[in-house]
Design a protein around this ligand. Structure first.
Ligand SMILES: [Zn+2]
Length: 618
């Protein structure tokens, strides 16, 4: 989601509030497919009263305009709001849906269709089960409202959101008075309340956010699954459900942007470092485990976790869970961290996860999706995994596709961030925008680049009012990190995009003696019928060639490597006469995998180093 921290006291950098016009490049291609294909596809699914999702029909029934029962996911309202957020940011008219949402809202401001529909029959009380995702639904409504307001379509939704936020405010204040525990799953409403506060200037929405976080401390028997086993202020590492964690800390970062709470900032900094240094996949994927036991939780009562962070360095490849929403949550958290602490490493995360997770999670035509994002596919795994191992057009838990649709709409707003007298570059992409800085500098800027395929980026500055400013270009971590001030008279920068081999530290046992090939920010993978026993030389040199994959022009890499003449058929086998056979190895950007039938895929490939004489042998 997009934030407007222009009046946030503790923000040291801000997202642009002006629109960034973007077309061209791989980002433009993915945005076009989101706007023209993914969104119509998702809208059709959510509008079909006979589909499993039933989302629009639930609103119609709640509004008394159709007959029937609530069906679909309890978080379907929130997922529908995410889709509308994508639609409105792509300039599409959502007034018909906004009006329906208003008609479905209860008089006291409450809005979540499952409970509204059931309450008419006396079957349901509100807030009876935190797994009903009521606050999640509220939160995405607030976020949608902020986006709609930015696009001149916010009037109806602002009325709805203010009533809904007033409802939450009253509920939280009463709970605080009674010291009543409250903790919501997938807490998108922390981010949502912060943005509604920024949009309206109403202090009570910031108070509601503070209260919602405060109420977590009264939770008894909390779990790592929901980050409420230990008090928020004591949290120092990433535990449990990865979407819930990233949404929580993104919301906490929003509060810090308004209040400068140093104790909470310490929580954010520690948890962030734990995540990116010990629990993040090279793709930016978060949450290694399908289902299991928290390494940290109480032994008997609260160990169960799902779609969760595991131990430090526990990052399996075939069973990598990596829910798409977790990395989208990570991106939302990272953008807030950058606004608190403008360091390039936070944008590096956005870049890593955008190209190597979000783009991989959706097919180039926008109509098929991964829920989990593995780093290795073998033809058979030999056991049951709960999600499809290829992209699918629907699956029952459909939170990720609508989250992707709005992320594609958000992408241009990650191109630049502003400081008081500086413009920071964020993600590199061809785009144009108008910039107005706090020190009075105003200008139009155009960015020209074919990044990430080419490392050259240049800028054209026009209509400058001559108030001095600094143009600070992000140097990606693969070129040393930090920001470099560009000459405003001839602003350009070139990055070295030579392919490089990346290795993982030994504690990450799955990848020991293996390498991942990266070129710029792009993770590469091998994809073929059989990828067992592959080896790369540590001094591999790569030939680059342009390739067309499903209408997208990318760079393919080729090098010489080896394959073992045989690999074990059973669990264990004597090595025998196995030899290495030289062969060509072809690599494609990981985000283009699974577009040519059901093949094997791997990112991490075993490596052969040169033999060096030991020093005592000289
Ligand atoms: Zn999801």
């Amino acid at each position: 989601m997009i934030t407007d921290t222009s009046r946030s006291t503790y923000a040291k950098a801000h997202m642009l509030t002006s629109q960034v016009a973007q077309e061209g490049g791989i980002i433009g291609k993915r945005r076009d497919s989101a706007k023209n294909s993914m969104i119509p596809h998702l809208l059709e699914i959510f509008s079909d009263p006979d589909s499993f999702f039933h989302a629009l029909e639930n609103f119609r029934i709640a509004a008394g305009e159709s007959e029937g029962e609530f069906r679909g996911n309890v978080y379907g309202d929130g997922d529908f709001y995410k889709l509308l957020e994508g639609m409105v940011l792509f300039g599409q008219d959502i007034s018909e849906y906004a009006a329906l949402i208003e008609r479905a809202q209860e008089k006291d401001g409450y809005i979540s269709t499952k409970q509204i529909i059931a309450s008419r029959k006396g079957q349901m009380v509100r807030h009876a089960d935190q797994d009903d995702f009521e606050e999640y639904n509220f939160g995405h409504l607030f976020t949608l409202t902020a986006a709609a307001q930015r696009m001149g379509q916010g009037e109806t939704l602002l009325r709805v959101s203010k009533k809904a936020a007033d409802y939450l405010y009253n509920r939280y204040l009463m709970a605080l008075r009674d010291k009543k525990a409250m903790s919501a799953v997938c807490p998108s409403h922390y981010m949502g309340l912060a943005e509604l506060y920024r949009l309206t200037g109403e202090d009570r929405y910031l108070s509601a956010l503070k209260a919602a976080l405060e109420l977590r401390k009264y939770v008894l028997n909390g779990t790592d699954d929901n980050q409420d086993e230990i008090p928020l202020l004591e949290q120092r590492e990433m535990r449990g459900h990865a979407v819930r964690a990233t949404y929580l800390y993104a919301g906490v970062a929003d509060l810090c942007l308004e209040t400068g709470d140093e104790a909470l900032e310490q929580v954010l900094l520690s948890c962030w470092d734990d995540m990116v240094n010990k629990k993040m996949y090279i793709t930016g994927g978060l949450g290694a485990l399908y289902t299991g036991a928290s390494p940290f939780g109480d032994l008997i009562n609260s160990k169960r976790v799902h779609q969760a962070f595991g131990y430090e360095y526990q990052l399996p490849n075939i069973t990598a869970y990596n829910e798409t929403c977790a990395s989208l949550g990570g991106i939302m958290w990272a953008s807030r961290m950058f606004q608190l602490f403008p360091e390039s490493r936070y944008i590096d995360y956005i870049e890593r996860a955008a190209y190597n997770l979000a783009f991989a999670a959706v097919s180039p035509d926008g109509n098929k999706y991964f829920y989990e994002n593995m780093l290795r596919r073998t033809r058979e795994v030999g056991y049951f995994l709960m999600w499809p191992r290829e992209r699918s057009d629907t699956f029952k838990c459909f939170c990720c596709p609508t989250n992707l649709s709005r992320f594609m709409a958000h992408l241009p707003q990650y191109a630049f961030f502003t400081g008081d007298d500086a413009l920071y570059t964020g993600l590199y992409m061809p785009c144009k925008t108008h910039v107005s800085l706090k020190n009075g500098a105003e200008f139009d800027i155009e960015e020209v680049t074919d990044y990430p395929w080419d490392g050259h980026v240049s800028f054209n500055i026009k209509n400058w009012n001559n108030t001095p400013f600094r143009l600070l270009a992000r140097v990606p971590a693969f070129n040393g990190g930090g920001f470099r001030e560009l000459d405003i008279n001839a602003p350009e920068i070139t990055f070295d995009m030579t392919p490089r081999l990346i290795r993982a530290q030994a504690k990450l046992e799955e990848n020991e003696s293996s390498v991942c090939v990266m070129r710029g920010p792009i993770v590469y993978c091998a994809e073929d019928e059989n990828l067992s026993g592959l080896y790369l030389p540590a001094n591999a040199e790569f030939a680059e060639e342009k390739a067309d994959i499903c209408g997208e022009t990318v760079i393919r890499l080729k090098t010489r490597g080896w394959r073992l003449s045989s690999t074990p058929a059973g669990l264990y086998e004597e090595v025998g006469e196995t030899a290495l056979i030289e062969q060509e190895i072809s690599l494609i950007p990981y985000f283009e995998w699974d577009n040519s039938g059901f093949k094997e895929m791997r990112i991490w490939i075993p490596v052969r180093y040169d033999i060096k004489k030991s020093s005592n042998e000289v």
